[in-house]
Design a protein around this ligand. Structure first.
Ligand code: ADP
Length: 632
């Protein structure tokens, strides 16, 4: 069977990435960080330079001081080296603190950076992609990879810092150890001159690279083992979050108490062994991971033994002063830990590339909708005409058509109702009208021009929609109605009034400035479903668009409030064209035209009286079915 590697629509591929793919993914990730977060990149780089450089300077000057102590011991020279060591160390420490401060200041920005990249991506997507469950699966995959193991973009940033530290350590280590290999043991001293042979530094270098390579391959095995359990770890992570959140969710808590589901919820946590000593990770730590980590720790210690032997033998044979032992041992230790660190990072990068592939799998979701450029004519007379010409639509990935061969024209300034049973295509019709989706077949025209040719945002501004599952934001009442930060308080009040929301003074202590909900403000106010619906209607009125679309606008209202809305519907809607979706046919009677949808087709249209006259028609059938509850 062919091994799956590349991401598909549903999976980000298998758990391994080639070197080339790793390189390409890392390049994209680093460029993305640099673009979004340039200052943190700069400060982190400079901080890494000082972090790696300080010990090298200290080694260099300390070796000079020790040489003087072990040699001539001149007082002035000793004072000079002490002053230099203190000055350089203090200056570097100060610089390091300053850079650390700058780096940490921007680190606060970093925490917001990834969520905002993902949020911007979602907000810039075609609605058809946002409405697609696969988009959320991709985002969930990315977020869970970050949550359970810090994989993905954040890890690239941490690795960038570690890589720079290792790189600067490597440079410092080479600079301080060059003379260890170049300085020769004098032939006069007799023994140990074989250490002058060029093969010796090569052997030392070979041991260093060999240790690093072995450690790196062990790291790769560890990474692969971790990646293999990514899916189950993420499920564990979901359960973890569920456990910490389920009891704090006001809405969910009600059902859990009523149906006494506490034990089932807690069993979910314990029965799966994700968080006990039988978990995959615990077993990994006890078994292979424990052994491999031990080997990774022991190998560098063995290497250090060889380094000490080489340096001490050369010093003993008189190649350099005893003070230089500190410099050379320190330098080779630094060099070897840098080589090991870089190899390890390379192995980690190979493992993390798998998660980066997931990140770009999400970020690369294309926007396929055609973006037109025509401006929508601003008409004072609001004389807009919409036409559906033989429109059919199938949701992405769906086999059946949600709408079939719909043709109609809207009469401007009229009230039009769309009725039909659940799943008959009413909401889909509205989504196409607002261009949240493009038709699969046919065309929708605004004033005779295909709506795809208009600038998208401008076209959207022609409509005010109150969706059935409308959402309010945790902002002030006024900002919710005005859908923005700046608002005309008088207009806001007027719209609330028209929508039947009259309880402002008694209910909202801070008037229009009261926050909806308590998410961000303690003195915010939770609103009921009916109150929320009135605020949503007020928001649609504030926008003052030529078309107003109301999807079950009174579903959450009590009968009195519903009656109030209908009795002044004409006043509310004014000269706008109103499209009105409802299950309750009695509330559509006042509309000039009623469209009846059934199984995705528009099967009837006409006024209430005309439709009722056709007793064998769907409308009459629905009307009679509902009427019997009121007349019996
Ligand atoms: P109504 O508003 O009349 O209740 P909808 O327009 O919401 O009906 O749905 C029409 C059909 O399209 C239904 O069969 C429904 O299952 C399907 N549908 C609705 N939304 C989606 C979606 N996002 N993806 C796939 N199918 C959908």
């Amino acid at each position: 069977m062919r091994k799956e590697k590349k991401p598909s629509a549903d999976k980000p591929g298998s758990g391994t990435c080639s070197f080339k793919e790793t390189f390409i993914l890392y390049k994209r990730a680093v460029l993305l960080w640099c673009r979004e977060y340039p200052k943190q990149f700069l400060y982190t780089g400079l901080h890494a330079l000082i972090t790696a450089g300080s010990p090298c300077f200290a080694l260099y000057f300390t070796a000079r001081l020790l040489n003087e102590l072990a040699g001539a011991g001149r007082r002035a020279e000793l004072i000079k080296w002490v002053v230099i060591i203190l000055t350089v160390t203090a200056a570097l420490s100060l610089l390091r603190v300053v850079l650390f401060r700058a780096k940490e200041t921007y680190a606060a920005v970093q925490w917001n950076c990834l969520p905002s990249i993902y949020t911007k991506k979602i907000l810039s997507m075609d609605y058809s992609a946002v409405d697609d469950a696969r988009t959320y699966e991709k985002l969930a995959w990315v977020e869970q990879s970050e949550n359970w193991g810090g994989h993905g973009m954040n890890r690239v940033f941490w690795q960038y810092e570690r890589f720079l530290v290792e790189l600067f350590k490597l440079i410092g280590g080479i600079a301080l150890s060059v003379t260890l290999f170049s300085v020769k043991i004098s032939e006069m001293t007799g023994g140990l001159t074989f250490l002058n042979h060029p093969i010796c530094p090569l052997i030392l270098l070979g041991c260093m690279v060999g240790t690093a390579a072995v450690n790196s391959s062990l790291e790769k095995v560890l990474q692969d083992r971790q990646n293999q359990c990514a899916e189950s770890a993420k499920l564990g992570n979901r359960i973890f979050f569920f456990m910490h959140e389920f009891a704090f969710n006001r809405k969910r808590d009600l059902d859990i108490r009523m149906y006494q589901q506490e034990d089932s919820c807690i069993n979910l946590f314990t029965a799966n062994h994700y968080f006990d000593t039988k978990s995959y990770f615990a077993k990994l730590a006890k078994g292979i991971a424990g052994i491999l980590t031990a080997v990774q720790t022991v190998l560098p210690s063995l290497l250090m033994g060889i380094v000490y032997l080489y340096v001490c033998l050369k010093a003993w044979a008189g190649a350099f002063d005893v003070g230089m032992i500190t410099q050379y041992v320190g330098a080779v230790t630094t060099l070897s830990s840098a080589v090991t660190g870089i190899f390890k990072l390379a192995a980690e990068a190979g493992g993390n590339a798998y998660y980066l592939r997931g990140v770009f799998w999400f970020l690369d979701i294309p926007n396929d909708m055609y973006q037109g450029s025509l401006t929508v004519e601003k008409r004072v007379d609001r004389n807009y005409e919409i036409e559906f010409r033989n429109v059919s639509f199938r949701y992405p990935g769906a086999e059946d058509y949600a709408l079939r061969h719909v043709s109609l024209k809207f009469q401007v300034g009229k009230r039009m109702a769309v009725v039909g049973q659940n799943g008959s295509g009413k909401t889909t019709f509205i989504k196409l009208l607002c261009r949240l989706y493009d038709p699969t077949e046919g065309v929708i025209l605004l004033n005779g021009i295909d709506i795809r040719k208009y600038n998208y945002r401008e076209y959207m501004s022609v409509f005010s929609v109150v969706f059935q599952d409308f959402q309010l934001l945790s902002l002030s009442l006024a900002q919710n109605v005005a859908a923005g930060e700046n608002f005309d308080a008088k207009r806001v009040l007027d719209c609330l009034q028209k929508a039947g929301f009259t309880e402002i003074e008694e209910k909202f202590p801070k008037g229009l400035d009261t926050n909806i909900g308590k998410d961000f403000e303690e003195d915010g106010i939770w609103v009921s479903g009916g109150e929320g619906q009135k605020i949503a209607i007020a928001r649609s009125l504030y926008r003052d668009a030529p078309f107003i679309i109301l999807d079950e606008p009174t579903a959450a209202l009590d009968p009195v409030a519903e009656y109030e809305i209908y009795s002044k519907f004409n006043e509310i809607v004014g000269d706008r064209t109103a499209v009105y979706i409802s299950h309750r046919l009695s509330s559509c009677r006042f509309c000039d035209k009623i469209l009846v949808f059934h199984n995705g087709e528009m099967i009837q249209q006409g006024s209430h009286e005309e439709l009722l006259a056709k007793q064998d028609g769907k409308y009459a059938q629905l009307w009679n079915a509902q009427a019997k509850y009121y007349t019996n």
